[in-house]
Design a protein around this ligand. Structure first.
Ligand code: HEM
Length: 458
């Protein structure tokens, strides 16, 4: 396979020093495009664009930020500015005590045992996806695979979190979220200048409608559930129920309606978009590299024998998992995290001052020349067991690390493996004639022109 390895499209680094205005212009379009070439070659890059910032790509320093000195690095003002209007003080956006009790309350839903139970919903969604792909194969022959995967993962989220697909109108929600991403989800000049969050960003004014719409949808779901319980129905064993029943073991406190609504939206957004992107990029990559596609299909066919994958197959699909891991290296959905330092610290050889912005550009970490032999090449062998063992755990962070590590990591990995193995065992994918994706970061790393693939039955 070595000879035919491919280098899929990435985001070109900034090669010159950028003015504040240029940084703002580029950051609004695609924040990854402001990352300098040096960040792909060095462990840390620092600078000042009105505010002092550091980009950290050193595994030891990342361990310090995510784990050893985590209290010193709360989520950054910009992150909160982008997310709080929609999800308030929810699990993703809160800190300290308020974060801890919400994490404890929701963690049971994501324990291994529960994820295995939820896997049957992932299998159902894989079957439904195959039906849709069969219609594409027998019809137009070409489709936007990112849309197909969004439908697939949205179905899973509705089943697993809300016990049903009819609780939410998919098209309305996706439309409202897209409007949100296009407005609040974009970094503004005011963020680059480090202005406080209470200064309204122009885009924010346009986004209020989309936020109100999504919040109203979540409130609708909660009200329906409360009405069912009031009518004497047995509560479903799902995440919505956990949220509504969650109680702080110390204070006995429960979530207010607004908190429940904000957490529900957090899980619906975080729980489907990122996994859909992973699946979309994985299918694009195997379509662009037929030898990997054939190896994956062979593994899936020999394990599955024509049926759809289940939770029990996860351990039997090591190459499928390697493809997913390599996809998350090249196109990590959460490509850029950031924190603000509370107190002075040292990272690598840099003095960090209180208030400094500490950027954790996961995309750049995963393509850093000091850490990866062929950083931009698609090669699932990067995740062969011996390679993983030899590598620093903090060189690869698609799900973050430490106490704030993604709560849905196992859920997402199971879901991606079940859907990818099932569709790859039944269909052959190709990159549509002349199509080249353009990776772009809004809140997550997507292709700005979709992912157009051809689909044929095997
Ligand atoms: C491939 C799919 C996914 C990726 C790449 C991903 C990535 C991440 C990352 C990087 C973080 C840490 C953010 C930070 O430290 O600033 C995170 C946190 C989180 N993720 Fe995921 N995620 C995925 C799937 C999911 C799923 C399926 C769910 C829920 C069903 C979920 C829910 C959350 C929540 C609630 C948090 C906040 C946890 C906390 O702060 O305690 N994610 N995710």
């Amino acid at each position: 396979m070595e000879k035919s390895l491919i280098t899929p499209p990435g985001v070109p680094p900034a090669t010159e020093v950028l003015s504040v205005l240029e940084v703002a212009r580029r950051a609004r379009k695609n924040p990854l495009s402001i990352i300098p070439q040096l960040a792909y070659e060095q462990p840390i890059v620092s600078g000042k664009t009105v505010i002092r910032w550091h980009m950290v790509m050193d595994p030891g320093a990342l361990k310090r930020v995510f784990l050893e000195n985590v209290e010193n690095y709360p989520k950054s003002n910009v992150t909160l500015r982008l997310l709080k209007p929609a999800v308030g003080e929810s699990l993703f956006t809160s800190e300290g005590k308020h974060w801890r009790w919400q994490r404890r309350a929701t963690a049971p839903a994501f324990q291994h045992r529960n994820v295995v139970q939820l896997a049957s919903m992932m299998t159902d969604s894989a079957e439904a996806t195959c039906k849709r792909l069969a219609a594409v194969a027998d019809g137009a022959g070409v489709t936007d695979i990112d849309d197909e995967m969004t439908t697939a993962t949205f179905d899973v989220v509705c089943d697993a979190l809300l016990s049903g697909r009819d609780a939410l109108n998919r098209d309305e929600l996706i439309d409202a979220l897209a409007r949100y991403l296009e407005t609040v989800g974009r970094v503004s000049l005011l963020d680059v200048l480090g202005l406080p969050n209470w200064v309204p960003r122009p885009a924010q004014l346009f986004s209020r409608g989309s936020i109100r719409d999504t919040q109203a949808m979540m409130e609708g779901v909660i009200n329906k559930r409360r009405a069912k319980i009031a009518a004497g129905e047995e509560p479903a064993n799902d995440l919505l129920n956990l949220i509504l029943e969650a109680e702080d073991p110390k204070s006995g406190r429960r979530m207010s309606d607004a908190e429940a609504r904000d957490n529900l939206l957090t899980f619906v957004i975080a729980g489907h978009e990122t996994t859909a992107l992973t699946l979309g990029w994985a299918l694009y990559l195997i379509a662009a590299h037929p030898p990997t596609q054939e190896r994956l299909a062979e593994e899936a066919r020999s394990v599955l024998n024509g049926r759809a994958a289940t939770g029990d197959d996860y351990d039997k699909l090591p190459f499928t998992r390697q493809v997913i891991e390599e996809t998350l290296r090249l196109y990590p959905p959460a490509a850029f995290l950031s924190r603000n330092a509370r107190e002075a610290d040292t990272l690598v050889d840099r003095k960090i001052e209180p208030g400094d912005t500490v950027m954790l550009p996961i995309y750049t970490l995963h393509r850093n020349e000091l850490l990866w032999e062929k950083p931009n090449v698609f090669d699932p062998e990067n995740f062969a067991p011996d390679k993983v063992q030899a590598r620093d755990r903090f060189a690869y962070l698609p799900f973050g690390q430490g106490p704030r590590i993604c709560i849905g990591m196992n859920f997402a990995m199971n879901e991606a493996a079940i859907i990818l193995a099932t569709v790859a065992s039944r269909f052959r994918f190709g990159v549509a004639e002349g199509f080249v994706p353009v990776p772009e970061l809004t809140l997550t790393l997507r292709s700005s022109n979709g992912l157009r693939l051809s689909v044929e039955r095997r």
